[in-house]
Design a protein around this ligand. Structure first.
Ligand code: ATP
Length: 471
């Protein structure tokens, strides 16, 4: 396997396509943007929602050992003291005294000095290495970088009208703690028994300093997290089951298996709460290379034990079969929505040398998205903008939307070749053309995005055909 991917996609092409076709825009665009913030446009929100819906169906609806939760972003600040985030959720940063730019010390060491796993070093060790190398500021070039110091990544705000007298609170940096804090209510109000999991999709906020590679690292993002509560001592096989379930998810998204790998954290790299962690990494194109896509950690009873001690509330589980009480251990599979989104765009982006309808050489840009997550499942295209064709096409559009409840595009502008290309570029798996023969034979032409093969099927068969094809 190579360390850098040479593929059709480059991050620049993905960013340009995303903006041009309404997947992702720079945040606050007309004001010149705001670093590391992005907004999801009409197609982006569809793709993102499809990913979240698929995740919820896969991990919550289709499993009898899982339930869902939607906890708040603002929580009692004591939650973050107990979880360790106030003390431990830090990044090591250095400032440039000249231009005031700020950098992640571990990233500088990795990128400029080639030191592996620099995040495992202490700030003192990092400072020593930086001083020895007398590194220049990557922004202004002056050799005026400060020592590394810890910087807490939680955003804080104030509840109440006056910041001096209000209560300081944090915007949650992960969704997991909402689950730990409600674990007792969930046990009391539903019939869950160990082992069981609670899943949640929601926003998290981190004051990230290192610029983000598009939506890979952003300040405000969504996590899809599961806390899976188990009997102490039963962790190892369940951890392996989750590795397999996460591979299943990677396949559902349609990612190419040799672009994904599982990397085990060594002891020095483990988070303060973790007994064992693996990262699912994705091979991004160009210099980005392998980067964390998802994580899977055995958090032991760290969180429940801390919250029990801090809140004074008994969080033990009563095991009826064994007539004992204990604190469950927790396996945590965690998935980033934006990283899933970016990864499918990068993985499915393709350029194909072909000829256009006039026989001229042409490059076809095609997003080979799995139909189950594609924004539009099909596009209905009348061959010409003639009332007899547009009438049939509009009826078909309404029927498909009614019967399938999925998003379908309707396009009667431009020549048919152009319209196909438009749909290829946004990942629409099927183009369905209503032509003059349709008026005679009641059939339409279905064009497959990937193979460009065309077949004729009856108008009445269209909803059934699509239902089978988009699973
Ligand atoms: P990284 O090492 O890349 O900063 P992390 O190990 O801090 O990530 P976790 O705390 O494990 O990340 O968060 C769980 C998941 O949330 C990650 O696997 C990733 O998919 C997503 N995620 C974390 N931070 C960000 C961010 N700043 N922007 C977008 N997604 C993120």
């Amino acid at each position: 396997m190579t360390d850098t991917a040479s593929r059709a996609a480059t991050m620049d092409k993905i960013v340009a396509l995303a903006k041009r076709r309404g997947f992702v825009y720079p945040g606050s665009d007309i004001y010149g943007g705001l670093a590391n913030t992005w907004d999801f446009g009409p197609l982006g929100v569809e793709l993102k929602n499809n990913i979240k819906r698929l995740w919820w169906q896969t991990f919550i609806h289709k499993r009898s050992d899982m339930v869902g939760l939607d906890a708040g972003i603002l929580m009692n600040p004591r939650v973050w003291e107990a979880s360790g985030h106030v003390v431990n959720f830090n990044d090591p940063l250095v400032d440039c005294k000249t231009c005031k730019s700020r950098f992640r010390a571990d990233h500088l060491l990795e990128e400029k000095l080639g030191i592996e796993n620099a995040a495992t070093l202490s700030p003192d060790e990092m400072s020593k290495l930086l001083q020895e190398a007398n590194l220049a500021c990557p922004h202004c070039g002056n050799r005026t970088l400060t020592d590394a110091r810890q910087f807490n990544m939680m955003f804080s705000t104030t509840i109440g009208p006056v910041s001096e007298t209000g209560t300081p609170v944090y915007l949650r940096p992960e969704t997991a703690q909402g689950i730990f804090v409600q674990y007792r209510n969930i046990i009391a109000s539903s019939r869950v028994k160990l082992p069981f999991g609670v899943g949640q999709i929601g926003k998290a906020f981190r004051n990230e300093i290192t610029p983000g590679n598009f939506v890979f690292r952003v300040l405000e993002f969504e996590q899809m997290e599961i806390e899976y509560f188990i009997k102490p001592g039963s962790g190892e096989p369940i951890f392996e089951d989750w590795v397999a379930a996460m591979w299943g998810w990677v396949n559902l998204l349609g990612l190419k298996p040799d672009h994904v790998r599982v990397r085990e954290h060594d002891q020095a790299e483990l988070s303060h709460y973790s007994d064992r962690t693996v990262d699912f990494e994705y091979l991004f194109p160009g210099s980005m290379g392998w980067k964390e896509l998802y994580g899977l950690a055995n958090r032991t009873d760290f969180d429940l034990r801390s919250h029990q001690a801090s809140s004074g509330v008994d969080l033990t589980y009563f095991d009826q079969a064994e007539n004992t009480r204990y604190l469950p251990h927790v396996i945590e599979p965690t998935f980033g929505v934006e990283r899933s989104f970016l990864t499918v765009l990068v993985d499915e982006y393709d350029e194909e040398e072909t000829v256009d309808v006039n026989g001229k050489a042409d490059t076809r840009v095609v997003l080979r998205l799995a139909p189950r997550i594609a924004p539009y499942k099909a596009a209905i295209l009348p061959l010409a903008k003639k009332p007899e064709l547009t009438g049939v096409a509009r009826d078909l559009f309404a029927t498909v939307q009614d019967e399938l409840g999925v998003l379908v595009d309707y396009d009667e502008t431009a020549n048919i070749g152009k319209r196909y290309r438009r749909q290829d570029e946004i990942g629409t798996p099927f183009c369905i053309t209503v032509d003059f023969d349709t008026l005679e034979d009641g059939a339409v032409t279905v064009r497959d995005r990937d193979s460009m093969a065309q077949q004729r099927i009856g108008l009445v068969e269209v909803p059934g055909f699509l239902r089978d094809a988009i699973r």
